[in-house]
Design a binder for this molecule. Structure first.
Ligand code: GLN
Ligand code: ZN
Length: 766
């Protein structure tokens, strides 16, 4: 009898309970005990749901107060010196300080030195989740220092569950961290392993039998010394007395497959959604007695599984392995929304095609039944229902639009090229815009105040009429424009008050998208995103942003920057179709955005920003697949940007990007101006732009918008000077790292005032 395995369950709660509890605690509106009670309830509900669905061992350790990598760092005492307390104690406030930084005088946490910068945050593999990058010092030690993981295992056991602790494995943990200083972080492995041993011993003492060690780094193209580290690491952990399930996900093990199969562990999880081809060779080489956890249900998408095809894939494995076959989602359900049953407004046909985390667990059970007793009436009913979904999607006129398919098929290379090259365009743009040196701008959004959110919510609920809503937003835009004029910024924005989310907003106005009420997925900390679902061919059949931008422009003589989300980001931050390629879908969206860009130009907008913060995130994890992706994704961007005259200036924006390896593609996007996040890396990032001789204008972010700290003018002057050493100062723009929507007005005004003064000082010094 196969078992059901789950790698992790969403930690935010079905209605984002954790988010609200965190934010209320951070705002000083509720106590630590209240926050802890909310977390505890989520954990217990999750365990209950998973057990009810037949999951044999409920995962613990998948819950986190901010991020599971951060929890592990705290567990091992990996706390940067600036966040260490005098007595060495670590508590939730330590975690939050590391994640969010502290603001000096008004420090929320007395344990921390004033003005301690937040730890770096970066993308979790190719997902839209972000983790806190562990910071290792040269003399780093690792000791069990924070008991959350152990406490939660105890808590689940006490509640009567059989548990499987889920932890990031030692090699991936080191891989994801960064060395503070000139040393190889892999050299820390020997001192890290005893801490893992100690942690496993704690679990063993609790009577735990299985532990899941996540090693997603195994799907990457790893250097040899890192591959070798796996042997060392797992030898050291093999005497724990626990069974170890080694978990890989997000792609195929490929060249690391035989390595994984040679480790002294007791089972392996593989992602059969991203890399179904692994099943056969893994089955053929699976060591005697090992468990195979077959990740057959997509943990990152929302479509129901084609049960007939999934069952067919696993039949051989079931016969070979019996109870050592564990049927599982492809990866942790952290990346799935929680419960489709909460959705009351979805079109019933579309809803009938979907499955969220809770429903995916039920699919695991259905698959098991189909594999084990295919002729049982329940199995037959499940198969027929699944077949019906497959046929309905293949033929539905909700999905298929002939004109859109034709337009994509007829695309020529002309559609993805501006009329002239950058050198020519920039001259025309300078004449058209007349901007000073070091022009200042922002990335788009301004603080989203409670009033804005309330107005949007009221409009959505029908409590505010459309004219009332428009008036409220226009009032906000008026304020934002006034504020920017007072600050003397050069290129203004309307502030995006009408947008809850940069992708949802556009999806809501495009054909082929649908929306949920509660399909939230954690992005980082308390931030969740509610990705639209792209279910059909995409088309622009109404104005997306023109009326707001036009209104904003009417209030000022300075250039108003139109603000759009790019096709690749819309694709990457939506749930994608599994019936057409990502490339085709990206091009459909690109054509829709192109129509909007042209409409903005016709409305008199001279600068248009097409945000592509997700471009790098969509990059396949393996080098061998990256070129193809970069070709079509940059083409999609250019399709969206190339319908306008030379004098119209196209900006793009990216955040959290490590560009070194993809600079030729960034250049191939041919945006007139690119604004990027750099302040947290001290402009080091620009070295690559320098080496590559990146040709177009760049706005390297001069301050970190993720923290409420107000940067000093001098500090920004120095950063821009550092940038000027690597980039021709004539090409430089001055702007924050990203949008300001999560900030409050006082710090925003103070920071931008210093930023504009910094630019002015540099102009004087010229
Ligand atoms: N224009 C968006 C904003 O300012 C960009 C956000 C992003 O890059 N993630 O909010
Ligand atoms: Zn950004």
């Amino acid at each position: 009898m196969a078992q059901l395995n789950n790698l992790g369950y969403p930690r935010v709660g079905d209605f984002r309970q954790l988010k609200f509890a965190q934010e209320s605690y951070w705002a000083g509106k509720s106590s630590l005990e209240e926050l802890q009670a909310v977390g505890k309830k989520i954990r217990h509900d999750n365990w209950q749901t998973q057990q009810a669905a037949g999951v044999n061992l409920v995962p613990v350790g998948d819950f986190a107060w901010y991020d599971h990598v951060l929890t592990l760092s705290a567990t091992f005492g990996v706390i940067p010196a600036r966040h260490q307390s005098k007595d060495g104690s670590i508590n939730l406030d330590t975690l939050f300080a590391m994640a969010r930084g502290t603001t000096g005088e008004s420090s929320e946490h007395s344990c921390c030195a004033p003005q301690s910068a937040a730890c770096e945050m970066t993308k979790w593999f190719d997902t839209n989740y972000h983790y806190l990058v562990p910071e290792f010092s040269a003399d780093q030690t690792f000791q069990l220092s924070f008991s959350q993981l152990i406490d939660e295992a105890k808590e689940a056991i006490a509640a009567g569950y059989q548990v499987k602790p889920v932890l990031l494995g030692p090699v991936t943990y080191l891989w994801l961290g960064k060395a503070q200083g000139d040393f190889d972080r892999l050299s820390l492995l020997d001192s890290l392993l005893p801490a893992y041993q100690a942690l496993l011993a704690e679990f063993k003492a609790l009577g735990v039998e299985w532990v899941q060690l996540d090693e997603p780094a195994l799907v990457l193209d790893l250097p040899k010394d890192w591959r070798d580290a796996y042997q060392v690491a797992y030898q050291a952990l093999s005497n724990s007395g626990l069974n170890i399930l080694l978990a890989s996900y997000f792609d195929s093990l490929a060249d690391n497959q035989s390595l994984a199969l040679s480790l002294p562990v007791n089972g392996l999880h593989i992602d059969l959604v991203r890399a179904p081809e692994q099943l056969k060779p893994v089955l053929a080489n699976l060591p005697e007695g090992w468990v195979l956890s077959a990740g057959i249900i997509n943990g990152r998408n929302i479509w129901k599984t084609d049960l007939r095809s999934a069952a067919a894939k696993l039949t051989g494995a079931a016969a070979q392995l019996g109870e050592n076959l564990w049927i599982a989602p492809s990866c942790s359900l952290l990346h799935s929304p929680v419960d489709l049953d909460s959705e009351q407004k979805l079109d019933p046909t579309i809803k009938s095609w979907l499955a969220f985390a809770k429903q995916k667990l039920n699919e695991l059970g259905q698959l098991k039944a189909i594999i084990e007793s295919p002729s049982a009436s329940e199995s037959q009913a499940a198969l027929l229902a699944s077949d019906e979904v497959v046929t309905s999607r293949a033929s539905s006129d909700k999905i298929h639009r002939e004109d859109v398919k034709q337009r994509v098929a007829n695309l020529t290379s002309e559609a993805s090229q501006r009329y002239s090259d950058f050198a020519n365009r920039i001259k025309q743009q300078q004449a058209h815009l007349n901007l000073p040196a070091y022009p200042t701008t922002t990335i788009g959004s301004f603080p989203q105040t409670p009033e804005i959110r309330q107005a949007r919510a009221a409009f959505k609920q029908g409590k505010l009429s459309e004219p009332e809503y428009i008036a409220a937003m226009q009032e906000e835009i008026r304020d934002v424009v006034k504020a920017q004029e007072a600050l003397d910024l050069d290129v203004l924005v309307h502030g995006e008050p009408e947008r809850n989310d940069m992708v949802e907003y556009f999806g809501e106005r495009l054909d082929g998208f649908t929306f949920t009420q509660f399909a939230w997925v954690q992005s980082y900390g308390s931030r969740c995103v509610k990705p639209p679902i792209i279910y059909g061919d995409v088309k622009r059949s109404q104005d997306l942003s023109v009326s707001w931008t036009e209104f904003a422009q009417s209030l000022t003589n300075k250039p108003m920057k139109g603000m759009l989300t790019g096709p690749v980001t819309i694709l990457c931050w939506s749930f994608n179709r599994d019936d057409i390629s990502r490339e085709t879908c990206a091009k459909q969206i690109a054509l829709a955005i192109r129509d909007e860009v042209v409409a903005l130009e016709q409305a008199g907008i001279k600068v248009i920003q097409i945000d592509e913060p997700a471009l790098r995130e969509g990059l396949p994890l393996k080098a061998s697949q990256q070129t193809e992706y970069l070709n079509w994704s940059t083409e999609a961007f250019r399709i969206s940007a190339s319908g306008v005259k030379d004098e119209t200036q196209i900006h793009t924006h990216m955040c959290y990007c490590e560009f070194n390896d993809i600079l030729p593609s960034i250049a191939a996007m041919d945006a007139d101006v690119i604004t990027i996040e750099t302040s947290r890396s001290n402009m080091e990032l620009l070295e690559a732009f320098n080496t590559f001789s990146y040709p177009n204008d760049i706005g390297p972010g001069v301050y970190d918008i993720h923290s409420p700290n107000v940067p000093e003018k001098e500090w920004m002057v120095n950063l821009i000077k550092a940038a000027g050493k690597r980039i021709n100062p004539e090409r430089l723009w001055v702007n924050p790292d990203c949008g300001l929507k999560t900030r409050k007005w006082p710090e925003t005004n103070a920071a931008l005032k210093n930023m504009v003064e910094a630019a002015k000082q540099l102009r004087q010094e010229q």
